[in-house]
Write a protein that binds this ligand. Structure first.
Ligand code: CA
Length: 251
């Protein structure tokens, strides 16, 4: 079964990284949380797939990644509401490369293969020891940090669309197009997070700010205007697509 060795918390107040633990079994969740916290990680937990989804789709102000400030996800396969495979798929769909360690009670080769196919980086079968888990987490974080390219880029390119952030200019298929400041900021946000799904509420929060009094139809109107300027056929958009039930996605 799960084992937990007592270790002293590190003296430094610098966290080793922020870990999201998605696990519905309380005992396992608490054991992992305790073990990682004692190692010096900053741990956030989600009890089911829906809670995890809420955390993972929060807008992020800190950097280019879609998962707000999360450096590693420990993800149980079988979860209520939204399962681990679907969550993993969604994170990768958003273009986020945050390392994912998948947990499963089943030890079959098929589960392992499917888990890795949908974008998990590593896979651990229950029951496992906390030392093993921590070693895997450390290795994943180290590998991920070494593979990160420098993130600053003032020109965003996607197929035949180029956005010059400093100059506030956008070229589409070789021609410069005229965008309103709001349209420019929406496109800049979308192009900074290719394939990430944004809800109307998230777009309002990011573009119009928390004091905005209008309704989410405003977002739809701006998306329509953007499509008319970007898309070859605005009625069948290739860039700004609607994700039914969620919102919009670029790319
Ligand atoms: Ca479970």
């Amino acid at each position: 079964m799960l084992t937990l060795e007592a270790t002293k918390p590190p003296q430094s107040d610098q966290t080793l990284g922020r870990v999201l633990v998605v696990e519905d079994e309380e005992l396992i969740r608490d054991t992992i949380m305790l073990a990682l916290s004692e190692e010096g990680y900053d741990v956030q937990v989600a009890e089911d797939g829906r809670m995890a989804l809420d955390i993972l789709t929060q807008p992020d102000d800190s950097d280019g990644s879609s998962t707000p400030g999360i450096d590693l996800i420990i993800l149980d396969l079988m979860l209520p509401y939204v399962n681990g495979l679907d969550l993993c798929r969604l994170v990768r769909h958003q273009g986020d490369s945050v390392p994912i360690l998948m947990l499963s009670a089943k030890g079959s080769e098929t589960d392992r293969v499917v888990g890795l196919e949908v974008g998990a980086d590593d896979y651990l079968t229950k029951p496992f020891g906390m030392k093993e888990l921590i070693a895997r987490c450390r290795a994943l974080l180290r590998r991920h940090r070494h593979s990160q390219p420098p993130s600053f880029e003032s020109t965003l390119r996607f197929n035949d669309i180029t956005l010059y952030q400093q100059e506030c200019r956008v070229m589409v298929r070789g021609d410069e197009i005229n965008l309103s400041p709001k349209e420019f900021r929406i496109l800049e946000l979308f192009m900074s997070h290719p394939r990430r799904v944004w809800s109307r509420e998230q777009l309002i929060e990011r573009i119009w700010g928390p004091d905005f009094m209008g309704d989410s139809k405003t977002v739809d109107v701006h998306i329509r205007w953007l499509r008319e300027k970007l898309e070859k056929d605005p009625s069948r958009p290739e860039y700004l697509t609607t994700v039914r039930g969620f919102g919009y996605r670029f790319g």
